[in-house]
Design a protein around this ligand. Structure first.
Ligand SMILES: Nc1ncnc2c1ncn2[C@@H]1O[C@H](COP(=O)(O)OP(=O)(O)OP(=O)(O)O)[C@@H](O)[C@H]1O
Ligand SMILES: [Mg+2]
Length: 239
């Protein structure tokens, strides 16, 4: 692999006495899709939140685009092009679709660029355009996921981290969301770190994956290899 775009080196993190992450190391190549998998409570969200510096690491380094970022404030990390689409979407329910998207651009001033970005998001998700003046609370789960992705795109990211984008969605919507994620990668060259509980789905879109268990990476490899690994099949694919 050439220089990774994002790299975690021995990241540990705790919530008080609870150690959530222990010496987590991983790499994401530029333009790649890498999956971070594991069951409930394994530490997937804690990993993303540590990268975004919403959680302070107790040890280790986070390197993005060749520079350590683990001490930077979260908004500075977004400004450098690394953004997270959080678990449970976290859109602002009382605000309109358009206002939610505007929030994603809060770090930017250039009005012309912003207008271009609104256009791009509305082309990608015509549903959001139709509903632009509606309150986010009136959107379906799938539309809220689109809105959360659109909001992330408004910051002009170079890399997006998705935290369980399939959660609570019907199979048809899951397919649509994953198609959008793949298009962002293919057509816009966005680097992607994908957190998922749906291991089968994640392994079909990612080229490489890491499996977290109790806050530690206990297995990693090319997706093809993991799909055929008997232990993975037993533990995560139900075969
Ligand atoms: N704010 C918090 N305060 C205390 N403990 C926390 C907090 N957030 C997470 N934890 C604990 O840290 C561990 C890892 O949680 P985390 O949310 O990172 O797991 P996850 O892999 O994202 O799980 P899920 O698939 O359910 O989203 C768990 O034991 C969890 O209970
Ligand atoms: Mg989580």
């Amino acid at each position: 692999m050439s220089e990774p775009f994002l790299e975690l080196r021995g990241i540990s993190a705790s919530y008080g006495a609870i150690q959530a992450l222990s010496k987590v190391s991983l790499k994401v190549p530029q333009g790649g899709i890498v999956a971070l998998l594991g069951s409930n409570g394994a530490g997937k969200s804690s990993t993303l939140n540590t990268i975004s510096h919403l959680v302070d690491p107790t040890h280790g380094e986070v390197i993005f685009d060749g520079k350590p970022i683990q001490r930077l404030p979260s908004d500075e990390i977004v400004q450098r092009g690394l953004v997270q689409v959080p678990e449970g979407r976290e859109v602002f329910k009382e605000m309109s679709v358009h206002e939610n998207l505007e929030l994603g651009a809060f770090l930017r001033r250039n009005r012309r660029e912003m207008a271009e970005d609104f256009d791009k998001v509305y082309v990608m998700f015509p549903r959001l355009k139709e509903r632009r003046e509606q309150r986010a609370s009136t959107l379906s789960g799938g539309e809220q996921q689109m809105l959360a992705i659109g909001r992330a795109l408004m910051s002009r990211p170079r890399m997006i981290m998705f935290d369980e984008p399939s959660m609570g969605l019907s199979p048809v919507l899951v397919e649509q969301i994953f198609e959008s994620i793949q298009r962002l990668n293919r057509e816009q060259g966005l680097t992607i770190l994908l957190v998922e509980q749906d291991v089968r789905l994640a392994l079909t879109v990612a080229s490489y994956a890491y499996i977290l268990e109790n806050g530690e990476i206990n297995l990693e490899g090319p997706s093809q290899q993991l799909i055929n690994d008997p232990a993975v099949r037993r533990a995560y694919l139900g075969v």
